[in-house]
Design a protein around this ligand. Structure first.
Ligand SMILES: *[C@@H]1O[C@H](CO)[C@@H](O)[C@H](O)[C@H]1NC(C)=O
Ligand SMILES: *[C@@H]1O[C@H](CO)[C@@H](O)[C@H](O)[C@H]1NC(C)=O
Ligand SMILES: *[C@@H]1O[C@H](CO)[C@@H](O)[C@H](O)[C@H]1NC(C)=O
Ligand SMILES: *[C@@H]1O[C@H](CO)[C@@H](O)[C@H](O)[C@H]1NC(C)=O
Ligand SMILES: *[C@@H]1O[C@H](CO)[C@@H](O)[C@H](O)[C@H]1NC(C)=O
Length: 325
């Protein structure tokens, strides 16, 4: 079952509390590896479906060499939100009950992009923020007025001078846009163009981005015609970027969500015992949460556990390796 919990709701009122806590966390708890080396027995049971960078959307890596990446700049929503949203160093990814959010993240450990950064020894600059959509003007009823446009504005306002060749820009939106589209109407075609518009800004001076990774799981186990059209529009945009000498990759987390929540091969094949969330209620507090979170797909409703974030990172790394064209 796909939890219909809005992806967006969790962080807002807690932010001030979390920033208070962060100061305490910084001195009280040393950073440590969150996952055991076997990821608590959770592992991928699906593989990328690689294709060409042409025609129908498929998973592909056209030119990104992870071994040459020294900085990762991430834009996105709660799935990518490392707990602060300005590109600065993240708080330790530890749960301090009853707060259910590890260092302000919507999970109980590291998020997927942190795992990748750690794997390659890169610095992560994370601008993602819980609840974000591509362009808030399209979705006035979104739970929080936050979007990709604001994230890019903040990034640009900092006058970052990052080396284009060794910086990877990750872009992961769609869950909140797609959910909003169910109630507000299908503005996904424009959302896709506006997402590409922000990437175009990043690809231009002064940033001159040369490496873009796009990931997606808009329906979290559900595919629709509108949603697939959104993906195809973004893919068409990636084809265009690549024709201008920019390296691009696309990884579709729907493979994991469909694999876990569907019958091919089902959650047990990944090592999970439960496809629901460990934390109950609105996901902010640990009261009443499950005793064995390690084998739950979600930590808070609709949001990956740290073990799931680990296999999301593994999945991207597989796409970058196996789907190179
Ligand atoms: C693209 O997808 C459509 C619809 O599934 C299919 O009819 C068509 O053959 C596909 N084209 C390519 C090039 O794979
Ligand atoms: C970025 O550059 C602009 C224009 O030179 C300047 O006004 C602004 O203060 C700079 N911002 C930072 C954070 O350095
Ligand atoms: C956001 O959406 C509004 C409404 O459609 C549009 O006018 C505006 O140009 C979009 N902004 C960007 C930066 O894409
Ligand atoms: C979440 O639930 C807790 C406990 O019921 C409540 O105190 C808090 O205000 C809720 N937060 C949000 C964002 O709904
Ligand atoms: C999954 O976890 C939820 C919440 O902890 C619990 O209510 C449910 O019974 C569990 N389901 C299975 C199949 O163990």
């Amino acid at each position: 079952m796909v939890c219909a919990w809005p992806a967006a709701l969790f962080l807002g009122p807690l932010l001030s509390l979390l920033s208070l806590l962060r100061g305490v966390v910084g001195v009280a708890i040393l950073p440590r590896q969150d996952s055991s080396s076997d990821n608590d027995g959770i592992h991928l049971a699906v593989s990328p479906v690689c294709g060409a960078l042409s025609g129908n959307v498929s998973e592909v890596n056209a030119g990104i060499d992870l071994s040459s990446i020294k900085t990762i700049v991430s834009f996105g929503d709660s799935y990518t939100d490392g707990g602060r949203h300005d590109g600065g160093p993240l708080a330790p990814a530890v749960i301090i009950p009853p707060n259910a959010q590890a260092g302000g993240r919507s999970t109980n450990g590291l998020v997927w992009n942190e795992n990748i950064a750690n794997d390659i020894g890169a610095t992560l600059k994370d601008y993602a923020i819980s609840s974000a959509v591509t362009n808030i003007t399209l979705w006035p009823n979104n739970p929080k007025p936050v979007d990709f446009i604001q994230q890019v504005d903040l990034f640009l306002s900092q006058n970052n001078t990052l080396d284009s060749e060794s910086t990877l820009y990750t872009v992961f939106f769609g869950i909140n846009d797609w959910e909003d589209s169910l109630t507000l109407g299908d503005y996904l075609p424009q959302a896709a163009q506006d997402l590409l518009g922000q990437m175009k800004i990043l690809a231009s001076a002064p940033t001159n981005a040369k490496n873009f990774l796009v990931t997606d799981v808009y329906g979290r186990g559900t595919e629709t015609t509108d949603g697939q059209a959104w993906l195809q529009s973004i893919f068409d945009g990636l084809i265009e970027f690549h024709s201008q000498g920019i390296n691009v990759a696309f990884a579709n987390y729907a493979r994991i969500w469909d694999g876990v929540l569907g019958s091919d091969s089902g959650y047990e094949a990944f090592g999970y015992t439960n496809t629901s969330a460990c934390v109950i209620g609105n996901g902010t507090l640990t009261y009443g949460s499950c005793a064995q979170p390690q084998t739950y797909f979600y930590w808070i409703p609709g949001h990956p556990s740290k073990e799931t974030h680990r296999i999301m990172a593994d999945y991207v790394e597989l796409v970058l390796k196996d789907c190179a064209v």
